[in-house]
Design a protein around this ligand. Structure first.
Ligand SMILES: Cc1cc2nc3c(=O)[nH]c(=O)nc-3n(C[C@H](O)[C@H](O)[C@H](O)COP(=O)(O)O)c2cc1C
Length: 255
């Protein structure tokens, strides 16, 4: 990790929306660093005066991997902490949870905001191709505004944390995405390229006899489904639905 950048942004992203947003924010600064959240992060404060956490909303809350990361992050004083969550239609209770986690350690988010964008939860729905450009256009405008806010170190109050709401959202996530790893299927179009295994942010996919197999640590992020070059992977009833990734993000950016 390089130290003493103007800004360090930790991100989690399966299909690139959150990475794109993090990149736009970072581009406002001369010296910036983007750091992927994984289960192996070295937990040291990067020494930057501005530190951000950018990730997608999962069932109205914080993805488990981000939750775990924040629980272990060594927060320090005199830092402007911000968080930005990308989402499709329902932002739920996401950023008050992040703020609460900081509060528990004696810190707070100086700024939190949401970016609506194309939804990637193929297990539940697909976003039709003709709808995507207008959603992405709006998303770009909002991202630019948020990047300006962060460049100016704007303070933004978040709505109050509510424990019941967090529990309800967590319960719903468990209900919908319990045992996700058992819900993947691969069809005969699979060419055994292993891209699914490479894009999995938690190394949960092993290739066996040229086919992917999912272990039990799935984050339900859908990266494997969306990046498969043959659209050979389905989750639940997603077969036949249109894959998605942010048009400005290439697979190599996520690896
Ligand atoms: C498991 C899962 C749960 C999701 N839950 C929500 C949700 O509650 N509300 C919402 O608006 N979008 C939801 N989404 C959509 C993502 O938040 C949205 O597409 C996000 O921009 C994806 O970011 P990424 O491209 O960086 O992975 C969900 C997506 C997944 C995979």
């Amino acid at each position: 990790m390089c130290r003493n950048k103007d800004i360090a942004i930790y991100y989690f992203s399966a299909t690139g929306n959150s990475l794109k947003s993090a990149s736009v924010i970072a581009s406002r600064f001369d010296k910036s660093e983007l750091i992927k959240i994984n289960r192996m992060n070295v937990m040291e404060h990067p020494g930057s005066p501005i530190i951000g956490f950018v990730f997608p909303v999962y069932m109205g809350g914080v993805p488990d991997i981000v939750h775990h990361f924040l629980e272990n992050f060594p927060f320090q004083k005199d830092t402007y902490y911000f968080s930005v969550a990308t989402y499709y239609t329902y932002k739920g209770h996401t950023l008050p949870i992040v703020n609460k986690m900081l509060n528990n350690k004696g810190f707070r988010l100086s700024y939190g905001n949401y970016i609506p964008t194309v939804g990637n939860c193929l297990k539940e729905y697909e976003v039709k191709e003709n709808k995507r450009p207008s959603i992405l256009k709006k998303s770009t405008i909002i991202t630019e505004r948020i990047a300006d806010d962060i460049k100016n170190k704007t303070e933004k109050q978040l709505s109050h944390y509510c424990v019941i709401s967090e529990k309800l959202h967590k319960g719903a996530f468990k209900l919908f995405f319990k045992d996700s790893h058992r819900k993947f299927t691969v069809d005969n179009n699979c060419i055994g390229c292993g891209i699914c295994s490479k894009v999995c942010p938690v190394d949960n996919i092993v290739m066996k006899d040229g086919k992917p197999q999912w272990e039990a640590n799935c984050e339900s992020c859908h990266a494997c489904v969306h990046w498969c070059p043959k659209n050979a992977i389905s989750i639940g009833k997603s077969k036949g639905r249109l894959q998605y990734h942010n048009p400005d993000v290439k697979m190599s950016h996520l690896l």
